[in-house]
Design a protein around this ligand. Structure first.
Ligand code: AMP
Ligand code: MG
Length: 268
């Protein structure tokens, strides 16, 4: 498995119908995938502690997907065991009246990570060019400008030491059908089902087009988008955790040197 296979090069053309949502590369089974995920998590947990102690850099991880795409499950599996003091998850729902009375980035900017923190966005500022575009919630002249505005926003964060990773969890339309049906069959999953899921499903093709526009226009060298094959949850988790692990390894956070000569300290 090479995560670069799923990374969108800046300004490339993207046709999602050509991306196999059921791909699992050379990872043959769930057992192997679970072992890799476990190993990745160990490294992520260790490097997160260093990131927190170093207090100089931060990470923002954005998750987007079609309904039932697996954002919640992926976040749970990849970040399990990370010290909650240094990791935050923020979910974004339909904006409230205070939020809509500001510019579209306002509510997101308040939750970008300070130094030392891993911040996860479950849905993100990209909703403002996804659902907003598909449902025509603002005129085209407004959402059309947002791709550039988002790129600038992310640049501001990067200049302050934030690494940005963006994952589109790619499931097929058939897989979504199976997942909605399983939500209907399992009483423990009923709470996850919303009438809106079926309504949104009717807009499948429009959403795919809106995702393609995001991938084409907002994947940059430093804040890349990944199209993660997500029909197999275990493979999805391997890809996402590998990218996060490799990014943290590249960032190479260090424990700061103490400010005193500890050899001279006696605890009485
Ligand atoms: P869920 O994540 O399933 O609880 O659903 C959250 C809902 O909020 C989804 O239907 C999103 O499309 C919607 N949502 C999130 N951000 C926005 C936004 N900026 N404008 C409109 N709807 C949004
Ligand atoms: Mg939902």
């Amino acid at each position: 498995m090479n995560p670069d296979d799923y990374r969108i090069a800046p300004k490339s053309k993207v046709d999602l119908s050509g991306w196999n949502a059921a791909d699992h590369a050379d990872i043959q089974d769930k057992e192997l995938a679970k072992a890799i995920l476990k190993e990745n998590r160990k490294v992520i947990i260790d490097l997160q502690e260093r990131l927190y102690a170093e207090n100089a850099q931060s990470i923002l991880v954005c998750f987007q997907a079609m309904d039932t795409g697996g954002k919640d499950g992926c976040i749970e599996n990849v970040f399990k065991g990370v010290n909650p003091s240094g990791c935050r998850v923020r979910s974004f729902k339909v904006p409230n009246s205070v939020e809509t009375s500001h510019d579209f980035l306002w509510r997101y900017h308040q939750h970008t990570p300070r130094t030392g923190i891993i911040q996860v966005f479950n849905r993100s500022h990209y909703e403002d060019v996804l659902v907003v575009r598909v449902k025509g919630l603002v005129p085209k002249s407004v959402w059309e400008k947002r791709y550039e505005q988002i790129n600038h926003f992310e640049e501001v964060l990067e200049d302050r030491g934030t690494r940005i990773l963006k994952f589109y969890l790619h499931i097929s339309k058939d897989e979504q059908k199976r997942r909605i049906e399983s939500r209907l069959e399992d009483p423990a999953k009923h709470w996850k089902y919303s009438e809106a899921d079926l309504k949104e499903r009717e807009y499948w093709d429009d959403y795919q087009k809106a995702f393609e526009a995001v991938l084409e226009r907002c994947s940059t060298k430093t804040a890349p988008w990944y199209v993660v094959p997500a029909n197999h949850k275990w493979y999805r988790d391997v890809v996402v955790s590998t990218v996060i692990r490799q990014t943290l390894e590249e960032m190479d956070p260090q424990f700061p040197k103490g400010s005193v000569d500890v050899s001279q300290v006696t605890v009485i």
